[in-house]
Design a protein. Structure first.
Length: 392
């Protein structure tokens, strides 16, 4: 095993009506004037925003709001939020929504606290020295940003999508009520399940040593999400299924499913970032469209892990050669994606890049990872292009 650090400081309240604890939590962590950051009108139409503001009003906590966070959250809105916070004397951020609102709020917090151009952090030019404190009311189980150290922002100029990770960006609290996810379209629910699983799979497919306990936790999490994702296809209002998926989302990206490994692979995410930057596709769907092509490209270099995944996660019978078993596991995962109506290639995703666009994505991906990245197999620009081509 590799040495590891476990730091998960986020206070979690899980269950029905936890959003009504928001004022109590903000006070606990010293907030006096809050920026409520959210996405579209769904939090308003559902009545969630009114419940939140009524609670803050009753507690005498001042607030202003900034909506507009979108999938693949935009740098321009981050800049707007930074200026708004400075002008209004904001000392606490409250993200109400899914990963887009949370990631955008984290970037706003970095920008306010550190000064200068916040994009420098995402572009690898600086490291943050702090962040405005942040709380979360989660409405979409997907990114795990409510308990992770990471955020991803898209810069409109050049269509560049980049991530930044820092312990300073970890939320002080996360209020998780599975009922708040029941208004989601089925497609977004499925995208979220795919994203949750990929956060664990990126850590699972490693060429280095692992911990037996970590592997067992990762495999159980993946099986749990798969089971409940299929339940939600048939019964979108199942509270129990949504609760399982919501908690899995938080645990999948707080480090728990990767302790003792070399840090994981992460190339499916990096490849998808360029796809999302160029075509603005839903992140979870972009991941499933890429994963099978990535898996077939690298599995021989990481055969023991792919075999174990096939048997322990996908339920493939351990009959035949390791390679045959591994390939059956990949096929079984793609079959699962189709059962929850997720794409398994770019055509099913609804995009049709030209050869020049494929080359440009590979070029930008290679730049974004510093030339080469990957644990299952180290990938360079030519490898990235080959995977993009295969995903067509």
């Amino acid at each position: 095993m590799f040495p590891f650090k476990y730091y998960a400081p986020t206070k979690v309240l899980f269950g029905r009506d936890t959003e009504l604890k928001v004022a109590e939590m903000i006070r606990l962590f010293g907030g006096t004037k809050v920026l409520i950051h959210y996405g579209g009108g769904s939090v308003i139409r559902s009545g969630l925003m009114k419940r939140v503001t009524d609670t803050l009003d009753a507690a005498g906590i001042a607030y202003i709001s900034l909506g507009g966070a979108v999938p693949n959250p935009r740098l321009s809105l981050v800049y707007e939020g930074i200026e708004l916070c400075k002008r209004e004397g904001i000392d606490f951020l409250l993200a109400v929504g899914g990963g887009s609102a949370i990631d955008s709020a984290k970037a706003i917090g970095y920008g306010v606290y550190n000064g200068g151009d916040v994009w420098d952090f995402y572009d690898g030019k600086r490291k943050a020295a702090g962040c405005l404190p942040l709380g979360v009311i989660l409405t979409l189980s997907a990114t795990g940003s409510e308990m992770s150290d990471s955020s991803v922002i898209t810069k409109e100029e050049g269509l560049i999508k980049r991530g930044y990770s820092s312990d300073y960006g970890r939320a002080k609290f996360a209020l998780l009520n599975p009922e708040l996810t029941m208004t989601l379209p089925d497609y977004q629910t499925a995208c979220g399940c795919a994203d949750i699983m990929m956060h664990t799979m990126e850590r699972y497919f490693t060429g280095g040593a692992t911990l037996q306990l970590t592997d067992a936790i990762a495999e159980a999490l993946l099986r749990t999400v798969m089971t409940n994702a299929e339940i939600l296809v048939k019964d979108p209002k199942s509270y129990d299924a949504r609760a399982e998926v919501m908690w899995a989302g938080s645990l999948s990206h707080n480090g728990l499913t990767g302790f003792g490994s070399d840090g994981g692979d992460w190339m499916t995410h990096k490849l998808e970032h360029e796809l999302g930057g160029l075509y603005d596709v839903a992140h979870g769907a972009g991941l499933t469209a890429i994963w099978g092509s990535w898996a077939r490209y690298v599995y021989r270099d990481c055969l023991p892990r792919f075999r174990r995944f096939a048997v322990n996660v996908m339920g493939v019978e351990a009959v035949g050669t390791d390679e045959e078993i591994a390939l059956k596991g990949i096929e079984a995962m793609e079959a699962f994606y189709r059962r929850i109506h997720m794409p398994t290639n770019l055509r099913e995703l609804g995009v049709n890049p030209t050869e020049d666009e494929l080359k440009e994505m590979a070029r930008k991906c290679a730049i974004g990872v510093g030339g080469a990245k990957g644990s299952a197999r180290l990938l360079r620009e030519a490898d990235m292009l080959a995977i993009y081509r295969a995903s067509m």
